[in-house]
Design a protein around this ligand. Sequence first.
Ligand SMILES: Cc1ncc(COP(=O)(O)O)c(C=O)c1O
Length: 415
Amino acid sequence: MSVLAKHTQGKGGPDKIFRISGMAKARAAEVGKENIINATTGAFLDANGQLITMKTVEEAVKLIPFRDSAEYASIEGTPGFVQAAIDGAFREYRPNACIGGVATPGGTGGLHHAIYNYLEPGDTVISMDRYWAAYKSICRECGRSFDTFVSFDENNNFNVQGCIEKLREYAEKQTNVFMILNTPANNPTGYNVKQNEWEAIMAELTAIANNGRNNVVLLLDVAYIDYAAPEARAFFSLFNNLPENFILLVAYTMSKSYAMYGYRLGCLLCVSSSQQEVDDFIAINKFSSRATWSNCSRLGMHVMEKIDQTPELKAAFRAEQEELRLSLLKRAEVFVKEAQEVGLKTCPFDSGFFVTVPTVKAEEVAAELRKSDIFMVPLGDGANAGIRVALCALPEEKIVGIAAKIKEALDIVGE
Ligand SMILES: Cc1ncc(COP(=O)(O)O)c(C=O)c1O
C-alpha cells in the first residue's frame, strides 16, 4: 500500500506532450534533428531549433545588479512591477476600473490562486473544450471540478450559445459562476474571441451577476496576448462598469511576452468597480502566496520594471515584440494557406503559437505522421480531439508541405 494520502489517488500518469516530444528527441538523436519535424514544443524556436530570446530583455537583465536580484522579492510584487504588468496586459485599452495585481510564478500560479480563492470546494470551472490541459490539473489539485462547452459550432464559428448555456447551467448549481477564457491567441487553436461574441458573453455574465443569486468571476488567460495584434485588446473596454459582484481576473505572464519562460514570473490582475474587492483580492492572494511558493522572481520583477520605466528601452522592447509577432504570423500564414489549398479543415485561427486540426482519430493520425518523422501532439478525446501543430517550434521552410502531410495521414486513417 502506498504511503501517499488518499486524495492523491488518480493524480500523475504520463504527460502526453512530454511523451511525444520525448519520441521526437529520441528520433532526432538517431537521424539528426534537421531530418525530423518536431512540432510538439510550446516555445518559440528559431530555424536552428533554439529558443528565441529578446535582446531588449537580455539588455535589461544586465542592468540589474546581481546582489539586488538575489534578494527576496516582496510577496505581492513591487508596485513598479504590478504597473508594468497592467501596462503589458492592457496597453492603451486599460479598463476604466479599480485594478490591482499580485505576483505569481507565471500564468500558472495566477490560475491556481484564482481557482482556489474564488470557488468553494467541489465547485466547477467552466472553459472551452479546446483548452490548455493544466486547467483541469489545477482544478484537480484544488478539489474543484472542470466542465467545458463545445468551442466551435458546425460552421466553425465560436459557440457563443453553448458558452451561454453552460454559464446558465452553473448559475443554477453554484453561487460563483467562474469561467476561464484563453484569448486572444488561444492554446491550442489560435482563436481570438471577437468583439460581437464578447458582447454577447458579457451580456449574459452581467445578467447572471444582476440576478440577485450569483457572483461572476471571469478569468482571462492572456498568456499569448503579445502574439495577437495590439488591437485585439479592444474588448477590454467591456469591463469598464462591471457590477460590483462581477470581477475580471487576468493571468498575465512573462513567459511568452518577454520570452522568459524559465524565470517563472507572472501577475494575476483583478479588475473591479469596487476598490474593496481589489483590496480583498490582494490580501487573500498574498496570503495564498505565502502559504505556497512565498515570493516570486525578483530579477523578473526588476526586468519588467526597468523596461517599463525606461522610455527608449520600452519602445525598443515593444518593437521587438511586434517583430516576433509578425514572424510567427508569417509561419501561420504559410500553414493556413496550404491547409486551404489541400482541403485540410482546421479550427479557426487568428494568431498565436498553435493551430489545431480537429479529428476524432487524433492518436492514429499522430502515429501515422510519425512514420514520416513528423511529431505532433494529439489532444483531447472524442468531440474535442485534434492534432496540435506547434507553429512556434518550426521555421517557415519546415512548415511548407505539412498541411498536405496531415491531410494524407487523415485520408489514410479515415476521419
Ligand atoms: C494557455 C496557457 N496559459 C497559461 C500558460 C502559463 O504559462 P506560464 O506559467 O509559464 O506563464 C501557458 C503555458 O504554456 C499556456 O499555454
